[in-house]
Design a protein around this ligand. Structure first.
Ligand code: ATP
Ligand code: MG
Ligand code: MG
Length: 592
């Protein structure tokens, strides 16, 4: 009988190694009904990784057997995401390529007495399968109908002679088996739906249970790697290959991956979109691959993260912080450093009236990043959060009569006075430069803060259109847990998951980096495709940021690479709008 041999793995391994000439062939089989997410990144690494380690190949197969939910835009985005992660499918297939073959295999299954057309309602089938308690199973009256009759009925199904729901093709399996996957699964159902590739050619479509293993078989897949929800399906998988007498891959299971404080399932993501909670499925707070990419997360960080977790069978929900550590590790070596102030407050240094050019490295630990110029001016900006009217013992930033260091500046400053505007707000903070010029030993700074010069003649400060700070989209690590979130996952949205700041300013180094990115032949293509997210920075003491695709660059600025140096810009033109995403904060120890 099909599927009964307990040694089936070893035997079929030997058999398929004959078929494939000892070559490992895997496949990644997404359904094109949504964007891929971080869980899929594991599936991609498992399938492409396993093939690579064994000198084999990996196919991409769009599992497009459900015409009602599939969309062409997802076909494009899935391939893009795979390539973005650094993998290249050996071949690209569609399950729908095999509809003719699958139909013939269904006919063969019926002819071998292992399939029958059934006219029971879903409720009747449910009851036959033992109902809610999955108790004793009963045969339906169609189960033992003559082979010829089922064959005829199956053709009638194909020919559109039945309405939706009036007939299904079922596999004649083993109702005595303890495994529900052996209880006469449905192989084909009637669906009057237009398929994105086969149009209206078919009004019957194979189920996942029928199509998946046979597609694997058709492609000579050696290792059919899937997640552990399919452990029970292994038996039906083998049963069906045997039932239609085709080459049989080996199924291996691994654990599904999810991360905390988020949801991954396509159905739930669509709900978030339809409820207006997120504006798009690539919103940087999500963990779809397009969202992570847009957020500036390097592909290498995602691959490093899923590889570190390894291929275990455990179903795991991993703390977001573990992914964040990989992101920081990657960005630390690739992101140039800049000074940015989110909420500027003006400083005027009263004992200094020069303008001194500071040559500042973009990365103090790596000279290859180059340097940029920051004019040290008597008027400059610091962040409002680095100033307090009253200091306390544990506070070592700026306050009246307190000294603080300015990163890269020639000397620290001490606050000598505060000037108020008519409305009572602080208009500027007066400071003294502690350069020892008055003969007294200058006080030492305990802490160094970032700042941005006020020097309009040289384009400083650069106004940032928007800086978007992200936090977890959900308040709880597991929003599905009814014991902590009794109102259901949708009630757990974190109202502070996104904060938009419109007051931020940067030093002109940001302009140097953007124009270099646009004009460098290595990166200009990336930029012209709109993949701004590869422009990543570390804003000192704040975190890692990237340029969001909502940024606006004038055409002439985008064409910077085509210009000759004589008419190139020397500052960011005012018609450009920079939007930045915070990719990740710095480790706490680096913030101070
Ligand atoms: P979703 O429930 O999000 O729609 P799915 O399993 O239906 O996910 P598919 O497009 O069918 O998504 O997935 C393609 C492949 O990726 C399958 O082999 C599936 O097992 C695997 N996969 C999906 N989600 C995860 C996950 N969270 N972790 C690991 N692998 C996954
Ligand atoms: Mg699926
Ligand atoms: Mg799904």
């Amino acid at each position: 009988k099909p599927g009964e041999n307990p040694q089936v793995s070893k035997e079929i391994m030997d058999a398929h190694l004959k078929v494939t000439g000892r070559r490992v062939i895997t496949r990644f089989p997404p359904e094109p009904n949504g964007y891929l997410h971080i869980g899929h990144a594991k599936a991609i690494n498992v399938n492409f990784g396993y093939a690579k380690t064994h000198n084999g190949t990996c196919n991409l197969r769009y599992d497009d057997t459900n015409p009602e939910t599939e969309e062409t835009q997802y076909i494009v985005s899935i391939l893009e995401a795979i390539k973005w992660l650094g993998f290249e499918p050996d071949k690209i297939f569609y399950a729908s390529d095999y509809f003719d073959q699958l139909f013939e295999l269904a006919v063969r299954m019926i002819k071998r007495g292992l399939g029958y057309v059934c006219h029971c309602t879903p409720e009747e089938i449910y009851a036959q399968r033992g109902g809610e308690s999955m108790g004793p199973r009963t045969e339906c009256k169609h189960r033992n109908r003559p082979i010829e009759e089922s064959l005829e009925e199956f053709y009638k199904m194909r020919d559109g002679r039945y309405a939706q729901g009036e007939a299904v093709l079922r596999m004649k399996m083993d109702l005595e088996d303890g495994n529900p996957q052996m209880w006469d699964l449905i192989a084909y159902r009637i669906l009057y739906a237009t398929h994105h590739r086969t149009g209206d050619k078919w009004c019957i479509y194979p189920t996942y249970d029928f199509a998946h293993c046979l597609c694997d078989s058709i492609e000579n897949i050696t290792h059919s790697l899937c997640t552990t929800e399919f452990t029970q399906s292994r038996k039906s998988y083998y049963w069906l290959c045997d039932a239609v007498e085709v080459y049989k891959p080996v199924q291996w299971e691994y654990g599904r991956l999810s991360v905390t404080n988020t949801v991954l399932s396509k159905r739930r993501l669509l709900k978030l979109l339809n409820e207006g909670i997120i504006p798009s499925l690539d919103d940087p707070r999500l963990f779809t691959l397009p969202a992570l990419r847009r957020r500036g997360v390097p592909a290498a960080a995602i691959n490093g993260f899923v590889r570190e977790l390894g291929v275990t069978t455990a179903k795991t929900s991993i703390e977001v912080s573990r992914l964040e550590n990989h992101i920081r590790d990657c960005l630390n070596s690739i992101a140039p450093r800049l000074m940015v102030v989110l909420d500027p407050i003006k400083i005027r240094i009263t004992n200094y009236d020069k303008e001194t050019d500071l040559q500042v490295p973009f990365n103090p630990r790596d000279a290859s990043f180059g340097t940029h110029t920051i004019p040290f001016t008597s008027t400059l900006y610091i962040d409002r959060s680095d100033f307090r009217l009253e200091a306390s013992a544990d506070y070592s930033r700026l306050a009246p009569n307190k000294t603080v260091g300015l990163l890269y500046a020639p000397a620290p400053i001490t606050c000598t006075d505060v000037v108020y505007a008519a409305d009572g707000t602080i208009s500027e903070i007066l400071c003294k430069l502690e350069d020892g010029s008055d003969g007294n030993p200058p006080p030492k700074a305990k802490k160094y803060i970032q700042w941005v010069p006020h020097c309009p003649a040289r384009g400083s400060p650069v106004k940032l259109g928007e800086v978007r700070l992200y936090n977890g989209l959900f308040k709880h690590s597991n929003p599905y847990d009814k014991t902590v979130v009794p109102g259901g996952w949708l009630s757990d949205i974190n109202p502070e998951s996104r904060q938009t700041i419109t007051t931020a300013i940067a030093e002109t180094g940001i302009f140097d980096l953007i124009s270099k990115f646009i004009s460098d032949p290595k990166t200009s293509q990336v930029f012209s495709k709109g993949n701004y997210e590869e422009l990543r920075f570390q804003f000192l003491r704040m975190g890692y940021f990237c340029v969001d695709k909502d940024s606006e660059f004038s055409e002439s600025f985008k064409n910077l690479s085509l210009k000759n140096s004589s008419d190139s810009y020397n500052q960011l033109p005012s018609e450009c709008k920079l939007v930045l995403n915070r990719i990740v904060t710095l480790k706490d120890s680096l913030k101070k």
